[in-house]
Design a protein. Structure first.
Length: 159
């Protein structure tokens, strides 16, 4: 670490072992997040795909994207509480507690990791919402797509 936290144990600060421990914690956290989210989606029949806003107003579109962090669609197309996003964020935050050093495996740090997990859902939704505008620009400068084609369903746009 270039700038380790004040109370970080030496074995987490430098060397290949530190990189391996950090990388392992990230893999466990990410896998737990995705597994928790998937299990909740299957159990509660939530549709994980983002549905773009039909608005032309950028502020409305941004609000819609962030709101989709808290609201999902069911398999039948109805709005529901996005329990899967919260389940995934919690799973990713709390499962990693067993791997982190003392001082970083407490409830306060787990809550921060869970909030980062929810923020990543909101950011992904905003990227998906505005991808039609900036996607062609990125293609022209040879930047590959960030989100795969199948991520955004082809729902009809509302007038």
């Amino acid at each position: 670490m270039l700038n380790p936290p004040r109370h970080c144990p030496r074995r987490w600060e430098d060397g290949g072992g530190a990189l391996g421990r950090w990388y392992g914690e990230q893999i466990v956290s990410s896998t737990s997040n995705r597994t928790g989210q998937l299990l909740a989606e299957v159990a509660l029949h939530e549709d994980p795909r983002y549905v773009p806003s039909g608005s032309k107003n950028d502020l409305v579109r941004t609000f819609h994207a962030v709101a989709f962090t808290f609201i999902d669609k069911t398999d039948s197309g109805h709005n529901t509480f996005a329990f899967s996003n919260f389940a995934g964020a919690a799973a990713g935050a709390f499962v990693g507690m067993g791997l982190l050093p003392d001082g970083y495996n407490d409830m306060a740090h787990a809550e921060r990791r869970a909030l980062r997990g929810l923020a990543s859902v909101a950011i992904r939704n905003v990227i998906t919402e505005f991808q039609p505008e900036w996607g062609p620009l990125l293609k022209r400068i040879h930047v590959p797509r960030i989100l795969p084609e199948w991520w955004t369903p082809k729902h009809p746009q509302h007038p």
